[in-house]
Design a protein around this ligand. Sequence first.
Ligand SMILES: Cc1ncc(COP(=O)(O)O)c(C=O)c1O
Ligand SMILES: N[C@@H](CCCC[NH3+])C(=O)O
Length: 464
Amino acid sequence: MSRSAHPAGPRHADVLPEGHYAAPPVDLNALEPKVWSRTVTRDADGALTVAGIGVRELAETFGTPAYVLDEADFRARCRAWREAFGAGADVFYAGKAFLSRAVVRWLADEGLNVDVCSGGELATALAGGMPPERIALHGNNKSVAEITRAVEAGVGRIVLDSFQEIERVAAAARRHGTRQRVQIRVTVGVEAHTHEFIATAHEDQKFGLALADGTAAEAVRRVLRHRDDLELVGIHSHIGSQIFDMAGFEVSARRVVGLLTAVRDEHGIELPEVDLGGGLGIAYTAEDDPSEPHEIGKSLSEIVAKECDAAGLAVPRLSVEPGRAIVGPGAFTLYEVGTVKPLTGLRTYVSVDGGMSDNIRTALYDADYSVVLASRSSAAPPMLARVVGKHCESGDIVVRDAYLPADVAPGDLLAVPATGAYCRSMASNYNHTPRPPVIAVAEGRAREIVRRETEDDLLRLDVG
Ligand SMILES: Cc1ncc(COP(=O)(O)O)c(C=O)c1O
Ligand SMILES: N[C@@H](CCCC[NH3+])C(=O)O
């Protein structure tokens, strides 16, 4: 629920701060299709089911908190992205959103490639069986060891992010006796409309090489001096994350094609690839309205084609790197309520058995999430609630403003949708909390694809 200037709607069990919060939903048991994976529904008892499995059964078998990932939803989104861009383009799933060996197998099956940005992500992609030529390595400060491993593994591309890295990748390729395919990551000078921490195309930040002051053009010159060791295949731009407005991508596409034209004019070569990055937003609440992959595919392909046509360039092979848009909507986090604390005249604090260690996004980006009572339906009136975790931090908030049925009680299960991206992958062990498992569900079956951490796991690292 977003904080808005809407007046309070129907009567509800709690007192609302005046004029500050959106009205409660008409039906608290309803499931907003935009934020749930495609197989989530309520069964005859009112409990949530996913892929035909009830959440009470999931909680009994695997415990809570747990991330529940719907394989059919994940695969359907992979296919939608592939189809949206067609055979003349590549879709690189951004592994930072969430990566595990099972997910890599699903990606490989569905014909997607993978973008990794660390040695650990590279190791996971390889361990999951992704062919190395379908892996791209990113990062603004890749270590020499990471570069060497990627070159030795034979990754399909390394995305260069600094002048120093050009020399490091060239040296690694020379040592290994290969010619490494590379792209140059540029910052196109777009102010993406998203949280400051996840915008990446304005010039005053750490990623990429700026177009505006000629740094990107200089990077091209430097890469081309290493023709024996580096094959410059294209230009890469990623403008940020959780973006709804396509205008930023359009400007980015135009500016990248502008650089391709400048490269042709200066060096007499046409670079065959353009990658426009990821960053497409998803719905976290009913108010969010993301574009569909086919709209995005059509609009980006048309802009690149039009700009190339105008510049007299052959249309390059396009690629994109969606992470959140593929894995985000397909998972929810299942929590058990521990305490319910009404604060007179304010709201009710509902504490769950996880928190900022399994979802840091609310604290870090002020992200909005929604939540439902999952283990049963309820006819109780709406109560203004804040869903909080169990950590020693007052900013440990999972859902800042939520309406829950007023009879929510300890032992109830809550589900927070759209937690597939950047929740498990950004999870921490704060307060020595073992991280939750990822449970994959498909066709009536559930299995752990990442197991729950144990206190033994934590103590095993404590060698003092
Ligand atoms: C280079 C690059 N590609 C792709 C992504 C994926 O972004 P998203 O998960 O928002 O699609 C990111 C993260 O923002 C990124 O830094
Ligand atoms: N971690 C961020 C997105 C950053 C993506 C990586 N460049 C999020 O949760 O929204």
